[in-house]
Design a protein around this ligand. Structure first.
Ligand SMILES: Cc1ncc(COP(=O)(O)O)c(C=O)c1O
Length: 387
C-alpha cells in the first residue's frame, strides 16, 4: 500500500527508541552471582525464590506467592489448583494477550469471551450475566495495559453465583482498585515477569493468594506434585512450571527498583498526556474513578477517519526509529478459534470496534524526556499529514 506520509528527512537517522527496555544494572548482576556462588541455579532450592515470593506477594497485599516459569503457566496452575478443567466454562475478557485464553484451553476448559468497555478496553461487567450458563465456573479478568478492571461488580456477580475469580495481572503490577492492589482482589492473582513487564526476571511469573490451601496446591502442582512421604509416589498429574533461583535473584533486585519504576511509568504517562491531549484523532488512556493505572504501556486509540490509518502511522514512526506495537486482536477475531467453532466474529462488538485502531507507544522505565518529546513530535507530524 502506498503511504501518503512524507519519507523521513535525511537527517532523521535518529537514535532508535524501543517500545520497552528493561532496567537492569549492577544489582541484578550481583544477586545472580550470589545465587551462582551458592550453586542455587535450579527451581528447587535457593533463598532467592522464597525471598522473591515473600516480597512480591507482600507488595500485592497477599500472604502467599508461588513463583512459576512465566505468566501463562501462572494462569494454568491457578486454574488447575481451582479444579477447573473439561466441561467447565471460564468467562474471560476477549481483548487480551491470547496467553490468557491458551491457559484456559490447555486446562481443557472452555473459554467464553466477554466484551469490553470502550473507555478502559477492559472486561465489561455488565456482559457477565448474559453469558453465564450452568457450566460457568470462573471469571478470568485481565487488568489490561495497567488499568484495573471494575472489580466491584465482578466480585459481586461471582459471589452471587459461587464462581471463582482469577486476575490476570501480567500487565498491572501495583495497579489499584479502590486503594487495593490487583492480585489481592480475587481468589488468585497471576503475574508475568517477561522482559517487557513492569518488573522482569527474563521469563517468569507468580501466583499470589491469601488462601493457604490454594497456595499449597499451586506449589505442589507447579513442581510435579511430588508425594509424601514417598516423593516419587506423585499425588496428582503435576507440571514442571518452576522458576529458577537465578531468575528469582533478578526478581529480588527488581523488587528494589519497583517503586521507582512505577513512579517513572506514571511520569511517562503524564508526559504523553500533556503533549498529546490536543490531538482530536487520538484516544488517550484514562483512569476511572476507582482506579490507579500503572500504565504498563501507553496504549492509545485512533479515532474518526484516522482509525483506518494505523498501519501508515506505525510505519511512519518506525521509519524514524520509534518502535511501537499494535494492540491485541480479540479472541473472537482469531482465525484459529473461529475455525474450531469456539467463537463468532460478532460475539464482542465493542472489542471488534477497538481491535484494529489501537497501538502502544514507547513506555520503558529508561526513556528520557528528550526521547518522549521526540515520540510526541513524530506522532504529531504523522497525524497532521494524514488529517
Ligand atoms: C495479559 C497477559 N496475560 C498473560 C501473559 C503471558 O505472560 P508470559 O509471556 O509471561 O507467559 C501476558 C504477556 O505476555 C499478558 O500480557
Amino acid at each position: 500500500m502506498t503511504t501518503l506520509l512524507a519519507p523521513p528527512a535525511p537527517c532523521a537517522a535518529a537514535e532508535r527508541i524501543p517500545v520497552a527496555a528493561p532496567w537492569l544494572d549492577a544489582r541484578e548482576d550481583e544477586l545472580v552471582r550470589e545465587a551462582m556462588a551458592a550453586g542455587a541455579i535450579s527451581g528447587f532450592f535457593g533463598e532467592h525464590i522464597s525471598r522473591f515470593e515473600h516480597e512480591f506477594a507482600g507488595f500485592c497485599g497477599c500472604r502467599h506467592g508461588v513463583a512459576v516459569s512465566n505468566g501463562t503457566t501462572a494462569l494454568q496452575v491457578a486454574l488447575a489448583a481451582l479444579g477447573i478443567g473439561p466441561g467447565d466454562e471460564v468467562l474471560t475478557a476477549t481483548l487480551t494477550n491470547m496467553a490468557t485464553f491458551f491457559a484456559v484451553l490447555h486446562q481443557g476448559a472452555t473459554p467464553v469471551p466477554v466484551d469490553i468497555e470502550s473507555g478502559t478496553f477492559n472486561l465489561d461487567p455488565r456482559q457477565l450475566e448474559r453469558l453465564r450458563t450452568p457450566r460457568t465456573r470462573a471469571i478470568l479478568v485481565v487488568h489490561l495495559f495497567g488499568h484495573p478492571v471494575d472489580m466491584g461488580p465482578v466480585l459481586e456477580f461471582a459471589r452471587r453465583h459461587h464462581l471463582r475469580v482469577i486476575e490476570d495481572c501480567a500487565e498491572a503490577h501495583g495497579a489499584e482498585y479502590l486503594g487495593r492492589r490487583v492480585g489481592s482482589l480475587g481468589d488468585i492473582g497471576c503475574f508475568s515477569f517477561y522482559a517487557n513487564k513492569i518488573i522482569t526476571t527474563g521469563e517468569g511469573g507468580m501466583c499470589v493468594t491469601n488462601d493457604a490451601a490454594l497456595a499449597a496446591e499451586m506449589r505442589s502442582l507447579k513442581s510435579l506434585a511430588f508425594g509424601e512421604p514417598n516423593k516419587f509416589m506423585h499425588r496428582a498429574v503435576g507440571f514442571n512450571f518452576r522458576m529458577t533461583n537465578l531468575q528469582a535473584a533478578i526478581g529480588c533486585a527488581q523488587m528494589e527498583k519497583l517503586p521507582e519504576i512505577l513512579a517513572r511509568k506514571r511520569r511517562i504517562a503524564h508526559f504523553y498526556a500533556e503533549h498529546l491531549a490536543d490531538l482530536d484523532g487520538l484516544q488517550l488512556p484514562g483512569e476511572a474513578g476507582y482506579a490507579r493505572n500503572v500504565h504498563w504501556m501507553y496504549h492509545v486509540g485512533l479515532r474518526g477517519p484516522l482509525a483506518a490509518r494505523r498501519g501508515e502511522i506505525l510505519r511512519h514512526l518506525a521509519a524514524r526509529g520509534i518502535e511501537t506495537r499494535e494492540g491485541f486482536i480479540p479472541f473472537n477475531l482469531q482465525d484459529i478459534f473461529l475455525a474450531r467453532g469456539l467463537t463468532r466474529r460478532e460475539a464482542c462488538p465493542a472489542a471488534n470496534e477497538a481491535a484494529y485502531r489501537t497501538f502502544y507507544l514507547p513506555s520503558g522505565p529508561l526513556l528520557t524526556e528528550a526521547q518522549l518529546a521526540r515520540v510526541c513530535g513524530v506522532l504529531r507530524g504523522a497525524l497532521a499529514q494524514l488529517a
